[in-house]
Design a protein around this ligand. Structure first.
Ligand SMILES: Cc1cc2nc3c(=O)[nH]c(=O)nc-3n(C[C@H](O)[C@H](O)[C@H](O)COP(=O)(O)OP(=O)(O)OC[C@H]3O[C@@H](n4cnc5c(N)ncnc54)[C@H](O)[C@@H]3O)c2cc1C
Length: 346
């Protein structure tokens, strides 16, 4: 089982049986979930993160993407929501905060994927859309006891933080994107960063500096204060203590919410043990998006073939190819070509 960590929660799990298991709920996996449903197949989508959207949700939810066909510009968060809405027409099963660990085969040749929650997913075929590996947020060491009690690594809904004093920790794109989006609705937003220089896009940095957000540099979060022993579940954050590196001066900021945007680590680890043909941390596939293992396909950033281009637009086509080929494997009488979506009402 997964050790306790920023997302480490164990929960009772039931085994799952589906036609297609998609490993990775990034943009490519989400489009695969739509496509499986469109083909009349039952689909489960597994991701190590608590949120769907892969790199988009983790790293640039507020950025405009300009090279997705049909959208002159689409905010990352909106593209993910649209992909989810499109897939949800067919009610895929989402297994979130859960990592795929093992690959085995049942006697009839179907696939068994074991997860870090002790679950076994029994699938006719597996499509790996694992990007650069399973993501976990870098934890904020001084605040681990407040995880889920005011300290978060993702802002699921901006409205959750309305009228709160929010401290954002980090100096990259996510930290600055959250600061800009929360500034109009939070009571106050303070962004603290351990260095003077930021890694975020310069234009966003300038927007934040020109806003009411207080930006404090050269500081580390040394402690989070709050009520840990409340009689109810209402344990909460009351203040954040920051220490200035050069002077060791300590300052206390009033806060009810902390957003730790310290980046993510990606771990391809378990997938490397699946006996797949892996080249430079990518899974080699053929023109059907099939890997060297029976009933296992791969698409999106994780797949590799001559001339591969790692873009969302390319991944969408690859996962449609993977699902259609998997459909013919599951039912040898099924046509490879799915028909036109214009002829079907979901
Ligand atoms: C800052 C930035 C800007 C970008 N801008 C653009 C752009 O403008 N246009 C463009 O086309 N692309 C852009 N990209 C690239 C784009 O985000 C990727 O090509 C795209 O996200 C790939 O999608 P994916 O679904 O293949 O993988 P990912 O988005 O990486 O999602 C993979 C998911 O799989 C999960 N996963 C992996 N292994 C496991 C496992 N064993 N168990 C459970 N879950 C697992 C991960 O947690 C992750 O959520 C950008 C990337 C970055 C970082």
């Amino acid at each position: 089982m997964r050790p306790d960590g920023p997302l480490g929660r164990s929960a009772p799990t039931a085994d799952v049986e589906v036609d297609i298991l998609i490993v990775g709920a990034g943009p490519v996996g989400l489009f695969g979930a739509y496509y499986g449903g469109f083909r009349g197949l039952s689909v489960a989508v597994l991701d190590a993160l608590p949120e769907v959207g892969g790199q988009i949700s983790a790293m640039y939810p507020e950025k405009l993407i300009h090279d997705v066909a049909g959208f002159p510009a689409v905010r990352g968060r909106d593209l993910v929501q649209n992909l989810r809405d499109q897939a949800d027409a067919f009610s895929p099963q989402y297994l979130l905060e859960e990592q795929a660990l093992t690959l085995d085969y049942a006697a009839d040749g179907s696939v068994l994927v074991g997860t870090d929650r002790g679950r076994s997913v029994h699938a006719g075929a597996v499509i790996i859309t694992g990007g650069i590996g399973s993501f976990s947020p870098r934890p904020l060491p001084s605040g681990s006891q407040f995880e889920g009690k005011g300290l978060r690594y993702f802002v699921r809904e901006l409205a959750e933080l309305a009228d709160q004093d929010v401290v954002i920790v980090g100096g990259g794109d996510s930290a600055f994107d959250w600061a800009l989006s929360l500034e109009p609705l939070a009571r106050s937003v303070t962004l603290v960063h351990r260095r003077k220089a930021f890694r975020a896009h310069e234009h966003t940095v300038q927007q934040v500096l020109a806003s009411s957000v207080e930006v404090i540099t050269d500081v580390q979060v040394s402690a989070i204060h709050g009520d840990l022993d409340g009689a109810t579940n209402g344990t909460h954050i009351e203040a954040v203590e920051i220490t200035h590196g050069p002077t060791r001066e300590v300052r206390t900021l009033k806060a009810q919410a902390v957003v730790a945007a310290l980046g993510f680590t990606a771990n391809l680890g378990p997938l490397l043990e699946w006996g797949l043909d892996v080249r430079e941390r990518h899974i080699v596939v053929d023109s059907r998006a099939a890997t060297n293992r029976p009933r296992v396909f791969a698409a999106g950033d994780i797949s590799e073939y001559p001339g591969k281009v790692r873009l969302i637009a390319v991944g969408f086509g690859e996962v449609a190819t993977a699902v259609n080929n998997a459909a013919t494997l599951l039912d040898p009488n099924a046509a490879l070509f799915p028909g036109h979506s214009t002829d079907e009402a979901p």
